[in-house]
Design a binder for this molecule. Structure first.
Ligand code: SAH
Length: 352
């Protein structure tokens, strides 16, 4: 089996080269080509021909293909659907903010967390992404769009903490000074709350922002919306957040999708305010994106205003996420779903 060379860190590349009886300094050259988007060993012009041959024999390289690209007429947001080497597809979104261009990457093909309002989870989990595949989402989105990427959010398809090792390795790769060199403070990792991984993450002492998809401050509502809450619970989640905050000194951010009549009452706002305050957490409200297969609706603007007022009166730091790319299916799993459905409807009926 040929190895995935793009998932290797420079020191590992050095070891590989040593095993191939090649000088270690070649590792730096190869790493540099790879992280500039070169996906053909023949193009690595400063390597001797014999080494290029050895690399071809021992390693795979793949360039993701653009299956779909949609550019928002409203705000320039770009949504990519990338085809991976095995024919699976994942979504990546590039958003242009004043503070810099942000890429939202997927970490898995599909998802097994089962959140009731989310499109990514409908077909379940297909597989985890390799570190190289996540890196290529960033690199090729930058190369194709011509927009220099300064921020990354792990908020696309999948649950990053359910693909822990590969996501950690991706972070090391994308953060590497000889690679894309994107600072950890410019990276957010979003989780539905797999608390058993919070301590491992804190131990890495990364300066990234941990975003917790809270969506409800009480077990009754949260367990209905998010199966990941069942058997874990809000209290344990808050304990894990507190330990994370204390260990890393990094404030947690709570994601909260406002769903009409489900989690947007005064009672929910008061409970949320209490939890956010005790953790000095930031609250990011997201008007729910309607997903065709789901029955939920976004909160009315009246309910949102009242909700925000309660949080602000309690001194909670709250923002409302601006909706970008609403004309290009830019939220979670929607484009991949749509293409899957279209493919299904154009496939000829077969008699079983
Ligand atoms: N699995 C991770 C990251 C992927 S989802 C997590 O759960 O955090 C990124 C964010 O989008 C999460 O906060 C998720 O709950 C939210 N989300 C999913 N579907 C949504 C929808 N229909 N409307 C608004 N937010 C949604």
């Amino acid at each position: 089996m040929k190895k995935d060379i793009l998932s290797l860190l420079p020191n590992e590349l050095e070891e590989e080269l040593q095993a191939l009886h090649e000088p270690r300094f070649r590792a730096k050259q190869i790493f540099s080509w790879l992280h500039r988007g070169i996906r053909d060993f023949e193009l690595m012009s400063n390597l001797p021909k014999a080494l290029r041959e050895k690399l071809k024999e021992n390693y795979v390289l793949y360039q993701p293909k653009v299956l779909r690209k949609q550019v928002s007429q409203l705000d320039g947001t770009i949504k990519y659907l990338w085809e991976l080497a095995d024919g699976n597809a994942v979504e990546t979104v590039v958003m242009q903010y004043k503070h810099g261009n942000t890429v939202c990457v997927s970490s898995q093909v599909g998802c097994r967390q089962g959140c009731a309002f989310c499109a990514s989870t409908i077909g379940g989990l297909v597989r985890c992404l390799e570190p190289s595949e996540i890196l290529d989402e960033v690199l090729f989105s930058q190369m194709d769009s011509g927009l220099s990427i300064s921020n990354i959010v792990l908020m696309g398809i999948g649950e990053p903490l359910d693909n822990f090792d590969n996501v950690m390795r991706f972070l090391e790769l994308v953060n590497h000074p000889e690679g894309m060199n994107i600072g950890m403070r410019h990276i957010s990792l979003s989780t539905c709350g797999l608390i058993e991984r919070f301590d491992d993450l804190a131990d890495r002492d990364l300066q990234l922002t941990l975003s917790v998809s809270l969506h409800a401050p009480d077990d009754e509502t949260r367990s209905k919306l998010m199966p990941a809450n069942r058997g874990r619970g809000v209290e344990k989640l808050m304990d894990a957040c507190r330990r994370y905050y204390e260990k890393t000194g990094r404030r947690i951010s709570f994601e909260y999708a406002m769903i009409d009549g489900i989690n947007d009452t005064e009672h929910h706002a008061r409970l949320l305010a209490k939890e956010a305050k005790s953790l000095a957490a930031h609250v990011n409200l997201i008007p729910l994106n309607h997903v065709e297969e789901r029955q939920f609706r976004p909160s009315t603007s009246g309910h949102m205003k009242a909700f925000i007022k309660i949080l602000e009166d309690q001194g909670v730091n709250v923002t409302v996420r601006r909706r970008l790319g609403s004309d290009v299916d830019a939220s979670c799993g929607q484009l991949r779903r749509k293409i899957q459905k279209q493919q299904r409807s154009t496939e000829p009926e077969t008699a079983e």
